[in-house]
Design a protein around this ligand. Structure first.
Ligand SMILES: C[S@@+](CC[C@H](N)C(=O)[O-])C[C@H]1O[C@@H](n2cnc3c(N)ncnc32)[C@H](O)[C@@H]1O
Length: 458
């Protein structure tokens, strides 16, 4: 076992300097062995080991890149070692994947990648298996990624693409069902590129220009009127973010929230409900828009710690946060606009969460669909006749997007509305009567939106 759990935090001045490969190994091992999330565990480890600048960038590339490519790396390591990868101890697999990633995906010379990984295995796994590590990595180094993926290709198109772009085959298949075969490689490739941080300049609180200057030249977003791209650095350190004038939010998430606010509506427009609000990105943006229009929002979140995040995200805005179940919340017919940003598989945000694709299973989606359906039904119950409901997921998968909407529409009392505002701004976002954004087309997460109008009593 690695000794990471025993490493105590040393006083500031005599903290041990830990090399970036060891930090990456510890982070990868925390993800594979302890189910940690890389984006939470790595920044903490970097801070604890005083790694910053180029060392931190190297540790981040090694950790994120290795985790993203795990399935492909394991397949190559299995072929190179001539054994099932599951037969090896987890720490050794992690170190071998880290070494293979450097050999196949980075421009690190083979002798350096092999030597540093063998040293790491000696120190962090066991000297007994360093010979095995050396032999396996030398075999991996004998071919480049192209040659390995050709060697492991089966001729099954989806299998071969999934291996090449490091996705589980079932995810490739789900994307293909929406996109078709031609665009699939681009969609898979886009998941392997870390996106810039997207900021949202809350309307009426700070301008895009001021936020862009504060974030040292972050460019204006392409689609959302409030988006600023932050090229590098910690957004939490920006005064505008620290004081709540701006927040971190994917541009696609901004667009779908704004589409709810921009949908045309006759009659009263004062009471909005955000039915699945945590952690509060959309509530923060919609709260700022509501403040400008004299409307108010009830934000509902079932998990209390996430409800606290919503309160923080909407400080100073006309938002009341409720910890509760969106399926039973509120009075029927009481809302003018309702957002149902349903819990979903998150397959539209794989580029942000390096390990996520290997953790999810198709059955997770089947488990979510009944809840998604109930939340949408509740959203329609809460809307007044003529009121607007936006059903949103951060996933393009048919079962949790259009299939949910179509099954709810069958019950009557609602009709689809064309999301005009968004479709005019964003070319290539039309998916039948719905919106579908994509990382490879729009540089946003793959957000889905259906806009519905309540036509009668439900
Ligand atoms: C996709 S996230 C929402 C993201 C959020 N709208 C934002 O933009 O930051 C879905 C949220 O719904 C919450 N949730 C799950 N089941 C719920 C329920 N029955 N009622 C209310 N919230 C629920 C989850 O805890 C999660 O925080």
């Amino acid at each position: 076992m690695s000794d990471k759990r025993n490493r105590k935090r040393a006083p500031e001045n005599d903290r041990p300097k830990v090399n970036p490969r060891r930090v990456a190994f510890d982070a990868i091992n925390a993800v594979t062995a302890d189910n940690a999330y890389a984006n939470l565990v790595l920044p903490r480890m970097l801070a604890e080991t005083d790694n910053s600048g180029r060392d931190a960038a190297l540790a981040t590339e090694l950790t994120y890149g290795t985790l993203r490519s795990l399935g492909t790396l394991e397949a190559i390591l299995a072929a190179a070692s001539g054994r099932e990868i599951r037969q090896l101890q987890q720490d050794l697999v992690d170190a071998l994947c880290l070494g293979a990633y450097q050999l196949l995906y980075m421009r690190i010379p083979a002798h350096a990648a092999v030597a540093t990984t063998v040293s790491l295995v000696k120190a962090a796994v066991s000297p007994r298996v360093s010979g095995l590590a050396n032999a396996v990595l030398r075999k991996v180094a004998a071919k480049d990624l192209e040659q390995w993926t050709e060697e492991l290709a089966t001729g099954d198109r989806l299998h071969d693409l999934s291996l090449r772009y490091a996705h589980p085959q079932w995810i490739s298949s789900e994307f293909e069902s929406v996109l078709g075969p031609e665009e699939l490689p681009a969609a898979l490739a886009a998941d392997n590129v870390a996106p810039p941080v997207h900021l949202c300049a809350k309307p009426g609180r700070i301008t895009k220009g001021d936020l862009s200057r504060e974030s040292r030249g972050g460019g204006h977003g392409q689609w959302s009127p409030y988006a600023v791209y932050m090229p590098s650095g910690d957004p939490g350190r920006l005064p505008a973010v620290a004081t709540g004038l701006a927040h971190v939010q994917d541009e696609g998430s901004q667009l779908v929230a704004l589409q709810l606010a921009e949908a045309s509506l006759e009659g009263s427009d004062k009471r909005w409900i955000d039915l699945c609000a945590g952690p509060g990105g959309k509530t923060g943006l919609l709260g700022a828009v509501a403040a400008q229009r004299g409307a108010a929002i009830d934000a509902v979140e079932i998990q209390s710690h996430r409800a606290e995040l919503v309160s923080k995200a909407s400080r100073g805005l006309p938002v009341t946060v409720h910890t509760g179940d969106g399926r039973t919340f509120g009075k029927a017919g009481s809302a003018d606009r309702v957002l149902v940003d349903a819990p979903c598989s998150g397959l539209g945000a794989l580029r942000r969460r390096p390990e996520a694709r290997w953790r999810k299973q198709r059955s997770d989606i089947d488990d979510l669909v009944p809840l998604q359906r109930e939340l949408l039904v509740s959203g329609l119950r809460l809307a007044r006749p003529g009121g607007i409901v936006a059903y949103v997921t951060c996933s393009p998968v048919i079962a949790e997007t259009e299939a949910v909407v179509e099954s709810v529409l069958k019950d009557g009392g609602a009709e689809l509305v064309r999301p005009e505002w968004l479709l005019k701004r964003v070319p290539g976002a039309e998916r039948g009567e719905f919106v579908q954004l994509w990382p490879h087309r729009h540089g946003t997460d793959a957000m889905f939106l259906a806009l519905l109008r309540k036509t009668g009593n439900r």
